[in-house]
Design a protein around this ligand. Sequence first.
Ligand code: BMA
Length: 340
Amino acid sequence: MSKYTMNSPTVQNVPWQDKPEDLKGAPIWRYDKNPIIGRNPTEKVARIFNSAVIPYEGAFIGVFRGEQVNGIPYIYLGRSKDAIHWNFDENKIPFQDESGKEFMPIYAYDPRLVKIEDTYYIIWCQDFYGAAIGMAKTTDFKTFTRIENPFLPFNRNAVLFPRKINGNFMMLSRPSDSGHTPFGDIFISESPDLTYWGKHRHVMGKNPEWWQSVKIGGGAAPIETSEGWLLFYHGVTGTCNGLVYSIGGAILDIDEPSKVKYRCENFLLTPQEWYEERGFVPNVCFPCATIHDSKSGKIAVYYGAADSYVGLAFTTLDEIIDYIKNNSAVRQEDTELGIR
Ligand code: BMA
């Protein structure tokens, strides 16, 4: 019998592997056949990582960050029956604007994919006189209509909530600067129509804990649970050899998600396997999506590894919530509404 519940659909074919015996204390465990996406997945793409997937028509669909052979990132569509083996479109996602005219961002990376009511939203990072948030919507994964950039530059890691809260769309983001930003907290903004955004609030900041002491950013779309919104995010530390990206976990208030209820002081997953430590950018675990089944409580976490691969890890709702609660070290500032 589960202690906690998820308010989301059942997904019977959620990818899954039981927890290995020798990992008793770990809150999340890796798929033993990781990485699930290797190098050169298509002729035009050298690496796929930092990508988001979702159940669709009894199978799975996803938006994938593909580093083209000219080095420029773009978003590609992929489909899968089991959410582990993926087939990718050869061509980039053909965005268009409201009038039907082709829209091709200069670059597009780190996509998230969120279903709200009957529409699927893709949110990514693109150029808008500097790194900023791009957005598009689709109902059939054939026509992708661009929505105007929600925020001013510089910003990254925008993640929509899977339902409106108090009548408004809610989006996490991480205001930043133009380069490899050496700072960053998670903020939330709301909108009645996905055009006008306001009521900006601070959700949580980088932290004295070393693994998230440089910056943090939203990861997967929050999961609605009986304890609040379960958020997997990334936390970054600096070393003499560069940045290290780990996966963290927090639980946000269900009606006022700028208030953090619990925030795990330990990382949930940090680079340790070859595909996380070795690649185009070493030492990166960058979560962008989950597939979760409300009936069994199974959660599959999708993360980019070393800016080169996609990794898959598993947990259960009860296990992850207990771990976050038992190891919570939320700071006063994070528990507040986040308005100054
Ligand atoms: C961040 C983003 C991510 C990337 C990470 C590590 O700034 O660009 O796409 O995974 O750096 O290189």
